[in-house]
Write a protein that binds this ligand. Structure first.
Ligand SMILES: NC(=O)c1ccc[n+]([C@@H]2O[C@H](COP(=O)([O-])OP(=O)(O)OC[C@H]3O[C@@H](n4cnc5c(N)ncnc54)[C@H](OP(=O)(O)O)[C@@H]3O)[C@@H](O)[C@H]2O)c1
Length: 243
C-alpha cells in the first residue's frame, strides 16, 4: 500500500475518504486548517502525518505541494461555498474561493503527476460537484473547471494514472452549515458522505473519469448535460436577488 494525501479530511466527504483509504492500508498525509481536528483524526486512524495548511495561502500551499511529490493517491477535496450573490461579495472572498477550489487543485496535481507517470501508477481523485453542470456563481464555475480539468488530465496522462472527478449532489456534511445555507428539498435528495466517498474511491480504482454517486444524481447529471443552457440559466435566474 502507498501514501495518500487528502485535503479537507477534518469533516464530511474528505473525512470519509481518509477513513476508507486508511482502512485499505494506505499511509495518510492529512491537510486542512484545523490542527486539533487533524491530530484527533490522525490518532483515530493511525499511520498519518498531519500537515496543517490554509490552501488559499500560497506559502502554505507550497509546503503541501512539496508533500504531494511521490504520493500514490492525491485527493483534492477541500472546499466550501459562499452564500451570497456575486454583486454582494468581497472580491477577496471570491479570490480565496478560487484559490482553494482551483489553484490548489492545479498546483497539487502538478506537483504529484510527474512522479506518478515515472513510477507507472497513480490515483488522482478530485472532489467536484453536480453543480459543475449548472451555472450558479463562482462555485459552479470553479467546479466546472475541476470536472473539465480532470477529464483533460485523464485523457492526456498515461492510462495507469487514473484521474476521477467525483461529482456528488447534496451531501450531509458541514458544508451548508459553514456557508449558512438553508437547503430544503426532499430527504431522498441527500446523500450520505460515507457512500459518496466509497463510490468515488471505487470509481477511481476502476478508472472511471466522471463519478456521480447514486442513481438519482446520475439522472440529474444526465438531464443537466442535455438541457439547453438557456433553460439552465433560467432556472438559475429564479434564485436571483435584486438590489
Ligand atoms: N456537501 C455537499 O453537498 C457537496 C456537494 C458537492 C460537492 N461538495 C464538495 O465536497 C468537498 C468537501 O466538502 P464537504 O461537503 O465535505 O464539506 P465540509 O464538511 O465543510 O468539509 C470541508 C473540508 O474542507 C476543508 N477546508 C475548507 N477550506 C479550506 C482551506 N482554505 N484550506 C484547507 N482546507 C480547507 C475543511 O477543513 P478545515 O476547516 O479544518 O480547514 C474541511 O475538512 C468540497 O470540495 C465541496 O465543494 C460538497
Amino acid at each position: 500500500m502507498g501514501v495518500a494525501l487528502v485535503t479537507g479530511p477534518t469533516a464530511g466527504i474528505g473525512r470519509e475518504i481518509a477513513a476508507e483509504l486508511s482502512l485499505q492500508g494506505h499511509e495518510l498525509i492529512l491537510v486542512a486548517r484545523d490542527e486539533a481536528r487533524l491530530q484527533e483524526l490522525a490518532e483515530e486512524l493511525g499511520n498519518c502525518t498531519v500537515l496543517p495548511a490554509d490552501l488559499s495561502d500560497r506559502e502554505q500551499l507550497a509546503r503541501v505541494e512539496q508533500a504531494a511529490v511521490g504520493v500514490d493517491w492525491l485527493v483534492n477535496n477541500a472546499g466550501y461555498g459562499i452564500n451570497a450573490p456575486f454583486h454582494k461579495t468581497k472580491v477577496e472572498d471570491e479570490q480565496a474561493l478560487l484559490d482553494v477550489l482551483v489553484t490548489a487543485v492545479m498546483r497539487l496535481t502538478h506537483a504529484a503527476v510527474p512522479a506518478m507517470v515515472e513510477r507507472g501508477r497513480g490515483r488522482i481523485l478530485n472532489t467536484s460537484s453536480v453543480a459543475s453542470w449548472v451555472p450558479f456563481g463562482t462555485y459552479s464555475a470553479a467546479k466546472a473547471w475541476v470536472t473539465v480539468f480532470s477529464e483533460g488530465l485523464a485523457a492526456q496522462t498515461p492510462a495507469y494514472v487514473h484521474v476521477t472527478a467525483l461529482c456528488p449532489g447534496f451531501t450531509r456534511t458541514e458544508f451548508h452549515e459553514r456557508a449558512q445555507m438553508e437547503v430544503g428539498g426532499p430527504q431522498m435528495m441527500w446523500l450520505n458522505a460515507g457512500e459518496v466517498a466509497r463510490e468515488g474511491i471505487r470509481d477511481c480504482e476502476r478508472g472511471t473519469v466522471l463519478s456521480v454517486p447514486s442513481l438519482r444524481y446520475k439522472t440529474v447529471a444526465t438531464l443537466a448535460q442535455h438541457t439547453p443552457r438557456r433553460v439552465l440559466r433560467a432556472v438559475s435566474g429564479r434564485y436571483k436577488e435584486d438590489g
